[in-house]
Design a protein around this ligand. Structure first.
Ligand SMILES: *Cc1c(COP(=O)(O)O)cnc(C)c1O
Length: 967
């Protein structure tokens, strides 16, 4: 029947979104099924997934169209009340420059990229992150900075951990926290200190040096706004071998002497107010800086400068041997996904405004604060701190009346832990705001005149003279070049063009699930109703958030088969930490404090052992058998051996080897029999949703990577969200928050006083609409279909490639799960061609490499996801097959072992136009190895980068521009 003659109901039947999210259409699915030898998707699932774990399906409702889902979410969002925020506490309203909003935050060229593990096709975001490090270094006055941490409070916890690693006061186990740090910082530090077994001492800044401690945490300016000269305290602490960390405010540092100049060992804070919306708590980038001599102890990632094979400066991730994926339970931190997109935004903010612009913004904020303080003082209202940058704390006669009057005028003030009223100003504060605040504090008849007050404070500063900044910052050319919008637009675009993201071609990174990040999912993120809420605004004002988070939590509980959910962890690894913490608290509640053994299979992701070490569990490695499965005999033996002290096992399902292990239920049973809990890493949920679930299988707790399975984009290395689901018995041990007491979603249990794992109560709340929209637009049936097609696509690739490369592990009926591993080791043996050569050669074909050497060295792990169309998958297969033929030529001796396109990959335009092309293969073969590449060529901007040189000559700040000119 021709389309036009169909009744309306038929035409409207299907939610369009499902078929747009899922790449292959019906005919392609049929063709792929034919190739893999299955009758239907159902048949494939029966063949692949153990029958004993098949579930009955989901209960998350029917799929809705993009238009309907957006309209419904808009109505939910409207229940959030956006008020002017003067709460401060590390979160400030900001003007995101529109050129950054549209061209970075709302641009798939930036937000769909992956962590820059393949630096030759990631020079753009590497440069932006390097700018972030330079901004951090300059403003903090330190020598070395990292590429972002999750939030200010977790950065504080990392600072404490670093202090313990490097302090010469080895025997001491106590850490001092000044009582003027933000309360959420103390909250997160408490959790970490408890798990490490550190003694926490708190008290006034001035008493810090009176104790024997391995380290101390100070805040500058303090949470109430005051500015202490901490130079002598720092020196006194250091004289006692304590390492001193200082929390600070990046914008304030444009006017205030840097902590580095005052002698600090570590300086950290949040870069949120550099143009990143508050978003009800996140995501934002935390910055972290330290001394060069502590570089091997630095948590998280560092971007460094190296050189490529043409001798040009080229950027890459440096000193990766410190990171969790290499050092596992000896790693500095468990950080994997960080906050790259937000770090990039902050760095662009610094580039756009430049040193003078930033200082102007800060000066205006300071002036408004002075005016406000002067007005209050003139009216006899006590301002507690006479030194400040942007925050004053006030002791009004009737604080409740003041706060109520402010709220009636749509303004939120802070009521601090001492019952005083705090007021913080920011970039968006206006004269009208100040006048309105006078009304709230004094009454409409306050009679104060802003211009008069301005004249009165003219020529003064409330930053003590000895703490005023004199040193220069952001002198590098990049911060002094792009101040017109045209120039800025082109700078952003020039960097974007250097990077391969999902808007160019598929990124088949096994374990990372680089699926579609649909535009309709992304749109709500930048709605002001979600973007402009302060995380500590009264909860009545965030009813839209509450509704959205509750509904999303209910869906995720249904999908995981758990009973309760915590939305606090803001990355997968942070979820592991929160989950293990719940396990520890659970054991402790039963008097089983001694249970400290964590069984982890050999094949586990590096964050698993790294997280276990963060809660002081002892990792015992369980072997895998020849098929890549957990060796049940070894597991049983080790569980028995450690029975009395078994805390838990951490497993991944389907296994990191890409197989549905038949024995997974048995694994859970064995661990339970010995009194242990089962932590199931949820990174592979894309192979479970709608088909099985962790709860059904028998595990007790899992994190979900919302930035993998549930469509939050990877942002070039973050943000992410790692909520955890738990069985009911663990629900009372989920994290709460000292400022916003929480109950576990799915229960009515008050969590009471459990300390926090993240700075904000619901982690990076403002990206939750992405996962919400995804589930709403897919519905129960669509989600299951996505899983089925993800499994089909992986099996299709495995089938098409198995004649060319060995597929390392297979399960039932020779099926793989949602990813497959190809083994390059035999080829390497025979030809000398490495997995690195193959990865870089894929760039010439226009592809990002699959996951390299995880979970097995010398292999590639391919995960196509359900979103890739068959034509794209076929293009990838074609590339892999052609590369195999190229390897054969090296193997047979037809090509020299060095002078071949694999060894020299990736090829840049400079190679191709080089008048001295003297290679044994043609330029065309180098750059256009297959026909399809010509239509859409992606040029890597640098040649292969020298890793060893970069680590030996560590440079983590912006190189001099001269170094880019010809050698
Ligand atoms: C991605 C991943 C993690 C860590 O998640 P992050 O969000 O990057 O912290 C843990 N385990 C596995 C198997 C993963 O793939």
């Amino acid at each position: 029947m021709p389309l036009l003659q169909k009744p309306l109901a038929d035409l409207e039947q299907q939610s369009d979104f499902i078929r747009r999210h899922i790449g292959p259409g019906r005919p392609e699915i049929q063709a792929m099924l034919d190739t893999v030898g299955a009758d239907s998707l159902d048949d494939l699932i029966q063949q692949t997934v153990p029958a004993s774990i098949l579930s009955e399906g989901l209960n998350v409702g029917e799929a809705q169209s993009e238009v309907d889902a957006l309209a419904e979410l808009k109505a939910v969002a409207a229940k959030n009340q956006v008020k002017r925020s003067f709460i401060g506490m590390g979160y400030y309203d900001t003007h995101t420059p529109h050129v950054i909003l549209r061209n970075v935050l709302e641009n798939p060229g930036w937000y769909t990229a992956y962590t820059p593990y393949q630096p030759e096709i990631a020079q753009g975001r590497l440069e932006a992150i390097l700018n972030f490090q330079q901004t951090t270094i300059d403003l903090t006055g330190m020598e070395l900075a990292s590429a972002s941490l999750l939030d200010e409070a977790t950065a504080a916890a990392e600072a404490m951990a670093l202090a313990k690693r490097v302090s010469k006061n080895k025997k001491c186990n106590a850490f001092y926290v000044a009582d003027n740090v933000h309360p959420q910082t103390l909250d997160v530090i408490k959790t970490r200190a408890e798990m490490f077994g550190f003694e926490l001492l708190t008290g006034p800044v001035v008493n810090a040096a009176e104790y024997d401690v391995f380290g101390a945490l100070l805040q500058y300016p303090g949470t109430q706004g005051e500015l202490h000269n901490i130079e002598e305290i720092i020196a006194a602490l250091q004289a006692n071998k304590a390492v001193v960390a200082v929390a600070t405010d990046l914008l304030g540092l444009t006017l205030i002497k840097s902590p580095g100049e005052l002698g600090a060992d570590v300086v950290f804070g949040s870069a949120q107010r550099f143009g990143v919306p508050m978003g009800y708590g996140g995501p934002h980038a935390a910055f972290f800086a330290t001394r060069d001599s502590y570089k091997r102890s630095l948590p998280g990632r560092i971007i460094g400068v190296s050189k490529d094979t043409r001798g040009r400066p080229a950027l890459r991730m440096a000193l990766q041997t410190r990171e969790q994926h290499i050092r596992r339970d000896k790693a500095n931190s468990n950080i994997c996904t960080a906050q790259v997109l937000l770090a990039n935004m902050a760095s662009f903010y610094a580039v756009y405004h430049g040193p003078i612009g930033l200082q102007q913004i800060a000066s205006r904020i300071h002036r408004l604060t002075q005016i406000f303080a002067a007005g209050l003082t003139a009216k006899g209202i006590k301002v507690v701190n006479d030194t400040f940058f942007d925050t004053i704390t006030v002791a009004p006669n009737d604080k409740n009346a003041v706060v109520a009057a402010a709220q009636a005028m749509d303004m939120n003030l802070r009521i601090d832990q001492n019952g005083l009223v705090g007021v913080s100003f920011d970039e968006t504060t206006t004269r009208t705001d100040v006048a309105d605040l006078f009304t709230a504090f004094i009454g409409a008849e306050h009679g104060l005149d802003i211009a008069e007050l301005d004249a009165q404070v003219q020529g003064t500063s409330s930053i003590p003279a000895e703490l005023q900044r004199e040193s220069e910052f952001l002198t590098h050319e990049v911060f002094n070049s792009y101040h017109s919008e045209t120039e800025m637009l082109r700078y952003i675009k020039s960097l974007e063009d250097k990077d391969l993201a999902l808007n160019h071609s598929m990124i088949s990174l096994g374990s990372c699930t680089m699926k579609l990040n649909a535009t309709a999912e992304m749109i709500p993120v930048t709605w002001p109703e979600f973007g402009q809420l302060h995380p500590f605004a009264p909860v009545e004002q965030a009813q839209g958030y509450k509704e959205m988070i509750d509904e999303l939590s209910d869906w995720l509980i249904d999908i995981t088969g758990y009973d309760a959910l915590s939305m606090q962890p803001n990355s997968g690894a942070q979820g592991e930490y929160a989950g293990l913490l719940a396990i520890k608290r659970y054991h402790a509640s039963r008097g089983d404090d001694h249970r400290n053994i964590c069984l982890i299979p050999q094949s586990a992701h590096g964050t698993n052992p790294a997280s276990a070490q963060m809660v002081s569990l002892k990792v015992v490695v369980v072997n895998c058998d020849a098929d890549g499965n957990v060796d049940l005999v070894d597991l049983r033996n080790k569980a028995e051996e450690h029975s009395a002290n078994l805390s838990c096992a951490m497993i991944t399902y389907p296994s990191t080897h890409g197989v549905y292990e038949e024995t997974v239920r048995e694994i859970c049973n064995i661990v339970h029999e010995h009194g242990g809990q089962v932590y199931m890493d949820g990174a592979n949920m894309n192979a479970q949703v709608g088909i099985t679930s962790p709860g059904l299988i028998g595990s007790d707790v899992s994190h979900l990577n919302l930035h993998k399975t549930f469509c939050i984009p990877h942002g070039g290395g973050g943000p992410g969200m790692g909520p955890i689901g738990v069985k009911a018995h663990l629900a009372p041990f989920l994290s709460s928050h000292s400022l916003v007491p929480l109950e576990a979603a799915g229960t009515n249990d008050d969590l009471g006083t459990n300390s926090a794992v993240s700075a904000a109560p619901w982690g990076s709340a403002s990206i939750l609409p992405i996962s919400y929209m995804y589930i709403k637009m897919m519905g129960s049936a669509g989600l299951r279909r996505a899983t089925e097609v993800a499994i089909l696509s992986a099996n299709y690739i495995a089938k098409e490639l198995e004649g060319h490369y060995p597929i390392l592990y297979k399960g039932n009926n020779d099926r793989v799960a949602h990813e497959c591993i190809i083994d390059l080791r035999p080829l390497k043996e025979a030809s000398g061609v490495t997995e690195m050569d193959v990865a870089k050669r894929l760039n010439d074909y226009g592809f990002h490499a699959p996951t390299m050497s995880f979970p097995v060295a010398g292999t590639l792990m391919i995960e196509p996801t359900e979103s890739e169309a068959k034509v794209e998958i076929d293009r990838f297969i074609e590339a892999m097959v052609c590369i195999r033929q190229e390897i054969a030529k090296v193997e047979s001796g037809e090509w020299d072992s060095i002078d071949n396109p694999l060894h020299n990959a990736p090829h840049t335009l400079d190679d191709i136009i080089d008048s001295e092309w003297n290679r044994s293969y043609s330029r065309e073969l180098a750059a256009y190895p297959v026909e399809a590449v010509k239509r859409n060529k992606f040029w890597p901007t640098v040649n292969r980068i020298d890793d060893v040189y970069g680590d030996r000559n560590l440079v983590c700040s912006c190189p001099d521009l001269d170094s880019y000119r010809d050698e």
